[in-house]
Design a protein around this ligand. Sequence first.
Ligand SMILES: NC(=O)c1ccc[n+]([C@@H]2O[C@H](COP(=O)([O-])OP(=O)(O)OC[C@H]3O[C@@H](n4cnc5c(N)ncnc54)[C@H](O)[C@@H]3O)[C@@H](O)[C@H]2O)c1
Length: 415
Amino acid sequence: MEFRVKDLALAEEGKNRIDWAEAHMPVLVALRQKYEKTKPLKGIRVAGCLHVTKETGVLVRTLKAAGAELSWCGCNPLSTQDDVAASLAKDEGIAIFASRGVTSKEYYDDIHSAMKLDPHVTIDDGADLTVEMHKGMPKSIRGGTEETTTGVIRLRAMQKAGKLAYPIIAVNDAETKHDFDNIYGTGQSALDGIIRATNILVSGKNVVIAGYGHVGKGVARRAAGLGANVIVTEVDPIAALKAKLDGYSVAKMNKAAEIGDIFVTTTGCKDVIVDRDIAKMKDGAILANAGHFNVEISIPGIESQTVQKKEINDHTMQYSLKNGKRVYLIGEGRLVNLAAAEGHPSEVMDMSFANQFLAVLKLAQQGQTMKPLVYNIDKAQDQEIALAKLQSMGVEIDSLTPAQKAYLEGFAEGT
Ligand SMILES: NC(=O)c1ccc[n+]([C@@H]2O[C@H](COP(=O)([O-])OP(=O)(O)OC[C@H]3O[C@@H](n4cnc5c(N)ncnc54)[C@H](O)[C@@H]3O)[C@@H](O)[C@H]2O)c1
């Protein structure tokens, strides 16, 4: 079996970390126990392009246990955990092509290597694999899944342009994904990344958060919880109003730039922090991005006014600017929670990856009869995953009586 990882000697460490994640992912483990006997994915080839983290390791084990043949690659040049990649190659026998710190060419070479499997189903995060699949379509493809907001936006744009050639299930759009993973997962792990990279005291700082969607809300809550004064920037009046009424300041980026100590972009948009903002920043300002691509903070905008650049630790670059001030960029402006920390905690990835697993199963069984459109997750699947998660936490909830159900569905009863 062909694979490309940094160092196979890291496999034992990776295996221990995947085992740890598995112990915190009861919903996904229950799916494995259910399907490892019947092996509904036997004969199905699955190519995955997802951050190679310990939680992804549990998804890989689950797909394999259900009978799938797998190839894998990373979906971001800085997010691969090399020990996990080593374990997936050595212990699980997966055709994995991934290492941390790849160049853009190596990144796409890895995607192309994973595509050689001629998959029936693709699993993607950010749509880079799906877009490459469309350039020279392997023959057997039945459908694909998409994990993140930015990927779903790209794939809906492909559908609108009439360019989408196979059905996609938008896993991100499941409530048990974006209302938990994007909010609680990124909220906690983005702060974790910033703290691991700088050990800065968040309390008392002005933290500027660009974007008040799911990720922005999560980061804002956690920064405020650590004692920061949160300032939100937005382009959507409704999101801005929500931020204001949630108790945060709202300002234009160009104003916020003058007072921020820490900046976190969470928009999925480009050029959110540009050269004129950087020129206004205080000496020592820290910049981080939690959106999918490294286009939110303009790196050319920093470099054009830099006189000296110095790596101060594995994750942080100091830029000394012409105006005599310094700014610090974490993780090259890539997803800070994966570049400088371990990504989302296992407990939230449990739900995201349970959705992924069930979406792969559906595409393997029904993909050939589905139109080439972007599909949402069934409401029933969302409810089932939420219920399983609650049960794993020992939480019970009420259910509607027949009379309540009739009342909620009817119009006869009023004042
Ligand atoms: N770091 C991670 O692990 C992780 C996890 C989930 C999602 N993501 C990524 O984070 C990004 C945001 O995802 P989301 O689910 O919060 O999306 P979302 O659509 O819920 O929120 C995005 C918000 O950003 C705002 N926005 C857009 N352009 C802006 C600009 N120029 N300035 C200020 N605000 C702007 C929008 O109005 C919106 O409110 C996406 O790229 C997504 O793929 C990352």
